[in-house]
Design a protein around this ligand. Sequence first.
Ligand SMILES: Cc1cc2nc3c(=O)[nH]c(=O)nc-3n(C[C@H](O)[C@H](O)[C@H](O)COP(=O)(O)OP(=O)(O)OC[C@H]3O[C@@H](n4cnc5c(N)ncnc54)[C@H](O)[C@@H]3O)c2cc1C
Length: 456
Amino acid sequence: MVDLIVVGGGMAGLAAGFEARQRGLEVVVLEARKPGGKVETIREDGFVVETGPDAVVRYKPWALALAREVGLGEAIVGTRPARPAAFIRVGGTAHPLPEGLNVVIPSRLGPLVRTPLLSPIGKLRAALDLVLPRGPEGDEAFGSFIRRRLGREVWERLAAPLTGGIYGGDPETLSLLAAFPQLKALENAHRSLILGSLRAMRKRRTSREGGSLFASFEGGLGTLAEAAARALGPALKTGVEVVRLQREKAGWRVETLSGALLARAVVLAVPATVAAKLLEPIGFPALEALAAIPYHSAATVTLAFPKHALPERPGHGILFARGEGFAARGFTWLDQKWPHRAPEGMALARAYFSGDEAEADEKRLLALALDDLRRLLGHVPQPTRAWVGRFPGGMPAYTVGHLERLVAIQEAEKAFPGLALAGAAYRGVGIPEVVRDGRIAVQRLFKEATRSGQSL
Ligand SMILES: Cc1cc2nc3c(=O)[nH]c(=O)nc-3n(C[C@H](O)[C@H](O)[C@H](O)COP(=O)(O)OP(=O)(O)OC[C@H]3O[C@@H](n4cnc5c(N)ncnc54)[C@H](O)[C@@H]3O)c2cc1C
């Protein structure tokens, strides 16, 4: 019997495995496919292509902390300088994203006043945030919160396009408290989001390293998954799908297609849908809550071109507001965003799809991406190479009610000592958050065992 089995070797599972090793536990990480989960970096003839995530935010330090612990401190890279870095297309025109946004909240009045993204009336309405009273306590839909504080234009032209990609699906119905608790905290603490952001951004600016908000690694995010996998060594077993979980007297029996393993404790670092399936036979009381976490599809299409064949593409990328007539949510110019992602003279354009559009097959996604690129840039030749990343049902959405579901899941966990659920379904979808979640799950199990006088 081992101390701990981690089911799932995405970033949450790898981090959980690493945390267990740090604590001297005997751990096995069982991964059905390959380490890294949604993190998928393809390296081919000088191209470094992220078909999944492409960046971690620096101000959530947990992924970069793990990177340093697995020896990648020197390999952390920031984005290439670009001002403005990002654009939003509204009404057929690409407008620079106003500088100094705190998530989606303008934290400086200058850029808000100057931005052509909002009409004069839209700006006045946004400025009302400075005087509006606090809203009601409790949760509300993200869309109605932003409209209440900053008005419809900020929602449609700024907040919705910016956040539409983070959770997939429609950002309108996201839970403010589960998906953007920092914004509710701003309202609670400062009343005005703009005033609160101004103060928050001042603090953050002094603590941000390297100048760039986003980070990755030489060789892409896959470098982190690979290094974490290396740190686990033979404790990580890939190509092993867990099919059943059973409670035993002294712990857990984890059944795979190639046999069973026994462990004192188990971390399920798999999507909530898989966790629900594995937990059904043991009568886990929060199956409904797990099943109620909605998942949306995401997809990316990365196209390579000779640089000279494309018109100028300013910044790192562009997002599309609703109603602009694009199938994609936006494009990232990977070669302009990151150093060393394409051979000399080559450009990489990555389209991001989410929701229904992302469910198309590979051929259709390719066609949609190329159509969108042509609509955006004008004449664009056939790409010299293309890569498609499909993540059907791959993105959990924290809709209103998520926090209640989370409470039910956490209460149910208490009834099963030695069991913890971790990963993107619960307390944050970004890589930093899932890394933190995986590590905290192990810390909790460790404490729980110590408290009851047992060893893990
Ligand atoms: C297209 C896209 C772009 C994104 N962009 C960003 C970004 O730029 N920045 C950011 O921070 N986040 C981004 N995200 C979100 C982030 O990548 C994910 O939320 C995060 O990687 C999820 O990690 P995880 O370990 O919780 O889950 P997963 O990565 O889904 O890992 C779960 C693992 O469990 C395995 N598994 C499933 N069932 C079983 C089983 N029965 N037995 C054994 N193993 C099993 C799977 O194979 C998988 O490897 C993006 C996501 C997508 C899809």
